[in-house]
Design a protein. Structure first.
Length: 198
């Protein structure tokens, strides 16, 4: 079984202008659904926005006039930001791919066509360009699968808790079964967090 890399495409909606790119972080966090634009890791399990960076899709070192251009900024985990750093396939800010080497803007609707997740949550490249990005962004790291699974468990727990809150419709036996299931979620969630933390 396979899954899309991400369920929701990020967008850039901020119309404010700042002279410091870091001031855009709250807007980027919202626009990128609190997830890294490249790997889709949810920030809540790794320290929230304090642990995430503002990446320049087109490197600001080579193209300083794009340093504070909102359409060039990406909400990024520190792993993807450091892996991508100032890599760029051309001498032009407008050419982000050369011979299947380069990067697709995370807000591009075609980003997902280059990747999928397997049933374990590992990110799999589907195209030559996807292979390039997979290697250069270190999308093979186990942390991406762990964080994806933590996020899935959290979503399932939220659904379960919403169902449990309507206990008037449940028998005592059903309430006990749901409480046990919630406890199992807690145990598995903590085990995954321990694996991630170590």
């Amino acid at each position: 079984m396979s899954y899309p890399l991400r369920d929701k495409i990020p967008s850039r909606t901020c119309v404010k202008t700042y002279t410091d790119h870091k001031r855009y972080k709250p807007y980027l966090r919202k626009d990128f659904n609190k997830k890294c634009g490249y790997c889709d890791d949810y920030d809540a399990f790794v320290g929230g926005p304090d642990s995430y960076h503002v990446d320049h899709f087109v490197p600001a070192g080579d193209f300083p006039h794009l340093s504070t251009t909102y359409s060039n900024l990406v909400y990024s985990c520190q792993y993807c930001n450091r892996a991508k750093w100032n890599k760029w396939p051309s001498n032009s800010e407008h050419i982000n791919i050369v011979n299947n080497e380069g990067f697709v803007d995370p807000c591009d609707v075609n980003y997902n066509t280059h990747f999928e997740r397997d049933s374990n949550g590992d990110i799999i490249a589907l195209t030559e360009l996807g292979n390039y990005m997979h290697k250069n962004l270190h999308l093979h790291l186990e942390r991406h699968a762990i964080l994806w699974n933590l996020n899935r468990i959290q979503e399932q727990r939220n659904t379960l808790k919403a169902y449990m809150s309507d206990s008037a419709k449940l028998s005592e036996k059903q309430q006990e079964m749901l409480a046990d299931l919630d406890g199992n979620f807690d145990d598995f969630f903590l085990k995954l967090q321990n694996i991630y933390d170590n």
